[in-house]
Design a binder for this molecule. Structure first.
Ligand code: GLC
Length: 435
């Protein structure tokens, strides 16, 4: 650990905040560059993996079934994912066209999927598997050139020092008050490990802030924690799935199960900030492995969702819940391959783009790279499409695949595009050259 990082970690652990860092956040040049890279990436894969995979009913089972924390912890003694092979995971994910992987280093159950000095309840010390899964994954990500982000739960249903929030109240921990200074020190120590022992980390993805939303006086001491992260790795982005507009010190804005500006799942609807945006979504209906859930979205649905996210200038973080044996579910692997095939052809209209100058419409969305506007027609029962333009002139129109010139007519405030046939593909992409 570098001297200044060590000092900060020490200062944090004895409760000295670092006010100059905490008060007004000025992202470093490395951080700003990393934000651009993040916006360009557009597509990532989320991996929810922990002891809960063995129960095969999703990652909330511990609290949903009020499982006693000491009994639950015994799962660790049987955790032996014999088929885990980081190289195979990373290759399959890379082939999907995803540019980053976000892995659950420690979820709400409190089990660390990495070797930590600050708790024995971790994948190396508490399981017969004894392998640092995160280390293997990180090494493989660096080797294959894909960025690694780390999910980190703020709340914990296992630790006695975590003050009870609104979840995890039935897991048998003895003292509702907990010991906040001890828990806060623990988190910062772990974050220091995560940002010191695993090479460059693209982002820390926090979750669980909402657990204390019924304790209005609760202070998560986020500014100091964020400053620690930026101190250890200036390029590391901080995101928090708190379902609020971003707080000071955050670098990206996260949405859960909804596109920015929409609120179908009930967790969103917050204002859209100017930070890079990301929304996460499940491939089936659950984050952690759920044996009975075979209700996977089709590849067409997934592709359209990715396109719609890009049209809103947001990344899609698409989730897979690995099996207890260490493999990714077969259907998930199939979906990865299918999305990858589509991106092989259409990636140019997604990666490195920004939401286009025509806002989303029921027929689809637009993405843009400089003067090239990509019109993604997702749902249209017609051969003609009116596109509203303000202040921009269209120089030419062609199909993205094949480059066939298309006819269009200049109309009031826009153009009408004439397609050769009613679109029948998952996404008919038309490329317009703007003036
Ligand atoms: C929720 C859940 C959690 C999941 C996360 C992913 O906040 O608590 O289980 O990890 O969403 O977005």
């Amino acid at each position: 650990m570098k001297a200044h990082a060590l000092f900060l970690a020490l200062a944090l652990s004895i409760g000295i905040a670092c006010p100059s860092q905490a008060q007004s956040y000025n992202p470093s040049p490395e951080n700003l560059a990393s934000r651009q890279e993040f916006r360009d990436a557009k597509f990532g894969i989320f991996l929810h993996w922990g002891l809960y995979a063995m129960l095969a009913t999703g990652e909330w089972t511990m609290t949903n079934k009020n499982l006693n924390y000491k009994e639950y912890a015994k799962l660790a003694g049987g955790f032996y994912p014999s088929k885990f092979d980081a190289a195979r995971w990373v290759s399959a994910i890379k082939a999907s066209g995803a540019k980053y992987i976000c892995f659950t280093s420690r979820h709400h159950e409190g089990f660390s999927m990495f070797h930590t000095r600050y708790s024995d309840y971790n994948v190396v010390d508490a399981t017969p598997f004894k392998r640092d899964i995160l280390k293997e994954l990180a090494d493989e990500c660096h080797k294959q050139g894909i960025r690694l982000h780390l999910y980190y739960s703020h709340l914990d249903w296992y630790r006695e020092d975590y003050p009870w929030g609104r979840t995890g109240r039935g897991t048998g921990r003895p003292d509702a008050t907990g010991d906040w200074p001890s828990y806060y020190r623990f988190m910062n120590n772990q974050l220091t490990e995560l940002l010191t022992n695993y090479g460059p980390i693209g982002a820390i993805w926090f979750d669980g802030w909402w657990d204390q939303d019924q304790n209005p006086d609760f202070d998560w001491q986020l500014p100091e924690q964020y400053a620690l992260i930026h101190r250890l790795q200036p390029a590391c982005l901080v995101g928090n799935n708190h379902h609020q507009v971003p707080f000071e010190g955050e670098d990206i804005q996260i949405f859960e199960r909804d596109l920015p500006g929409e609120n179908k799942a009930g967790l969103s609807g917050q204002d859209i900030s100017r930070l890079p945006l990301e929304t996460c979504e499940t491939m089936n209906g659950m984050w952690g492995y759920k044996i009975t859930d075979q209700d996977y979205k089709s590849s067409d649905e997934l592709i359209r969702y990715l396109v719609k996210a890009a049209g809103k200038d947001a990344n899609l973080l698409l989730n897979i819940g690995p099996q207890p044996d260490g493999e990714l579910p077969e259907v998930a692997l199939k979906r990865l391959a299918e999305v990858g095939k589509w991106l092989n052809t259409y990636g140019e209209t997604i990666y490195g783009t920004r939401g286009g100058c025509i806002p989303p419409h029921p027929w689809g969305v637009t993405t843009q790279k400089g003067d090239r506007l990509f019109v993604h027609i997702l749902s249209l029962q017609d051969k003609a499409l009116y596109l509203p333009f303000e202040g921009r002139k269209v120089k030419s129109a062609k199909t993205f695949v094949g480059g066939k010139p298309l006819k269009y007519r200049k109309d009031d405030g826009g153009i009408t595009l004439f397609l050769e046939e009613v679109p029948r593909v998952v996404d008919m992409v038309i490329e317009l050259q703007l003036d």
